[in-house]
Design a protein around this ligand. Structure first.
Ligand SMILES: [Zn+2]
Length: 150
């Protein structure tokens, strides 16, 4: 059963049989017009930044918790390459999880990464979950949760 998650408020809505195959028009909680389809339920914590991107990794929506986590006002993120904007790095990964998710269309879970919040001079450690988009437009949803190391 598909689940739709709202990148703005992280509200999840399971698609019932009645609505199978029909994307909800928007978020029933906050009214945002854009929801992202994922295959398995996912709970975004209070400090999990949700960022939706198009097929060229450009930010469409920097929503839930993304301002406190990334330091970027949403308007400054829109249209930018998300990997460049956040200086996303995957030090321990054998490949680039962003490319992998977009190429293979499978979810990546709990990847360790670092990113550089706007206005800070040091990278932060985080755990990132990546979800491919299933509609024809492609793209992906990033869920970035900062972690404190050491
Ligand atoms: Zn919402």
């Amino acid at each position: 059963m598909a689940v739709f998650i709202c990148p703005q408020c992280a509200h999840r809505e399971a698609s019932s049989e009645r609505t199978e195959g029909h994307q909800p028009r928007g978020c029933e909680k906050c009214g945002s017009g854009f929801v992202f389809e994922i295959m398995d339920d996912y709970y975004a914590g209070p400090l999990t930044a949700l960022i939706a991107c198009d097929a060229k990794r450009r930010v469409l929506t920097a929503g839930h918790a993304s301002v406190p986590v990334t330091g970027w006002p949403e308007g400054d993120m829109i249209g930018r390459d998300v990997v460049e904007a956040l200086s996303l790095r995957f030090p321990g990964a054998k490949d680039d999880p962003v490319d992998r998710v977009m190429e293979w269309g499978v979810r990546a879970q709990g990847e360790e990464c670092t990113f550089r919040p706007q206005g800070l001079s040091e990278d932060r450690h985080a755990v990132i979950d990546l979800f491919p988009a299933y509609d024809d437009d492609g793209g992906l949803l990033l869920a970035i949760t900062p972690v404190t190391k050491g």
